[in-house]
Design a binder for this molecule. Sequence first.
Ligand SMILES: [Zn+2]
Ligand SMILES: [Zn+2]
Length: 293
Amino acid sequence: MTFVDLHTHSTASDGTVHPRELAQLAKDAGLAAIALTDHDTTVGLPPCNQACQEVGIEFVPGIEISTDPGPRINTDGIERRRGTLHLLGLFIRHDDEKLAQVADRMRKARDSRNPAVIAKLQELGVRIEYEEVLKLAREQNTKIIGRPHIAQILVQKSYAKSITDAFTKYLKFGCPAFVRRNYLSPQQAIDAIHHAGGLAILAHPVQLVMPDPDELEYAIAKLKELGLDGLEARHSDHTPAQVRQYEALADRFDLLTSGGSDFHGHRKPIEIASQNVPYAVYKKLKQAHEQRK
Ligand SMILES: [Zn+2]
Ligand SMILES: [Zn+2]
């Protein structure tokens, strides 16, 4: 059987593998096609496309956009921890102007959040400078600077016992140094993906954190109204039962399915090609994309 991997990250965002190397890795893993879906950027797409052609595998230009999942209010009126709502754009034009604007806005929102977190930590008496965070990110050669870097410094300086501890004590939603990030709405992200000629796919539905099947179904129905094209059924965070659940949901709402590992290089213990996504999944997506044109 032939397999594909339609969710991967490179050094253009927070992965550790260069877009060109990614093509070779995919080839070595026996894949017939890959999608590169870096966070909020398309700069890795041209070199990855070129390298895929050289090694002889098919390439899907993609992007991953974080959006605002909206408030989740308990019956007691208290806001609960929110899940994440990530959208994948597959088969996008890498140089679409509207998509570039959206990606730019996302990067700016992230860049302004980090100094705000540092300021809050300083107010709490933590001796930390933004320069240290930038230096750490440079050393680790990552283009995306975020809370994991801040957490590492808190551990180095003994303000926290571990990364998890740093999040629980300071950085998580509801904690003293939490700063809300300015997200796009799902509608804005779906529109930008469509503008770039792509299919809008809900990434890793499990991360919506909706254990109640009715709540999940309602959320999917809403996204479908906004123009959602598909669901990512196979993903490293999904159990086999969840894969079946999401496939059934896609069926019910007449949505496509996609699948991928969410490979980040050695930043996460996830192997490329590990989700065994059948080639037929890719073929269906490709057909849908071509019909759209
Ligand atoms: Zn994601
Ligand atoms: Zn991802």
